[in-house]
Design a protein around this ligand. Structure first.
Ligand SMILES: [Zn+2]
Length: 266
């Protein structure tokens, strides 16, 4: 079966037609769509969507920018609602403890939209989320932008093993090293064919560390279009082409990798 490990079906772009989007994913052969939350509103929408559809697996998290909502200037470029971050961490922990989650995500560090004055607060929330993931034996789905190396330091320090870097944008050399040495997974989005870095990752990562995602509605195969979970089919075709595998072999490899991320041995 095909996998989309990171998508945002709670995004406003899917408000009118999330049901047909999920149906198309099912028809395309997907076995799991891991919908990731960002803050209180989307986290609850993720749970509602998962309750209605078996194929939808819930991941709850706090996006690194939302994690510092009370530190953002009034004229900040993005729309970020204020909320009580510690209350939301407690909510996520309770859902994890109740066995309702497939993963914690998204979570991570961002140095693109926000500056150094937010880093300590971001790292506190990131560490709390990774700790929740580890104590409940759940994967952590990681967002990093310009803070990849620091995120890796923190994950290594905490001893996190069930880790998926989503849409990794740092040095590919580091991704290959971390996959081999730390055993972490990397999920590649559906725009891989037009991205040199994602193509290199599909070609060179250890085969058992490659996962597929969409980050839909973002990063579609064609620029400017709305992506959706069914688009992972194209990424698997590209993986197969790059490695000289059958499509079936590539699809099953990614699915096995997902199973291993959920339940690593040892
Ligand atoms: Zn995302």
């Amino acid at each position: 079966m095909y996998l989309d490990i990171h998508t945002h079906l709670t995004h406003a772009d899917f408000a009118g037609d999330v049901e047909p989007v999920i149906e198309r994913a099912r028809a395309a052969g997907l076995g799991a769509i891991v919908v990731n939350g960002l803050e209180p509103v989307s986290n609850r929408q993720v749970l509602e969507l998962a309750a209605r559809h078996d194929i939808v697996r819930p991941a709850l998290g706090i996006y690194p920018i939302d994690a510092v909502c009370d530190l953002l200037p009034a004229d900040f470029a993005l729309q970020v609602a204020r909320f009580d971050v510690d209350e939301e961490l407690a909510f996520i922990e309770a859902e994890a403890a109740a066995g309702r989650l497939t993963a914690i995500g998204e979570c991570g560090l961002d140095g693109y939209w926000v500056g150094e004055e937010t880093f300590a607060a971001q790292e506190r929330v990131f560490e709390r989320l990774v700790d929740i993931a580890m104590r409940h034996r759940l994967p952590a789905i990681i967002h990093t932008r310009k803070r990849e190396v620091r995120a890796a330091e923190i994950l290594r320090h905490l001893g996190a093993r069930q880790v998926d870097f989503h849409c990794y944008g740092g040095k590919v050399k580091n991704a290959l090293k971390w996959a081999a040495e730390d055993g972490w997974w990397f999920s590649v989005p559906a725009n891989a064919r037009r991205s040199e870095a994602f193509t290199k990752m599909l070609r060179e990562l250890p085969a058992e560390k490659v996962l597929t995602e969409t980050d839909a509605p973002y990063l579609a195969p064609a620029p400017g279009e709305r992506s959706e979970p069914a688009a992972v089919v194209g990424t698997v075709a590209w993986l197969a082409e790059l490695r000289g595998w059958d499509v079936d072999e590539a699809r099953e490899q990614v699915w096995r990798n997902f199973a291993a991320l959920l339940r690593p041995e040892g």
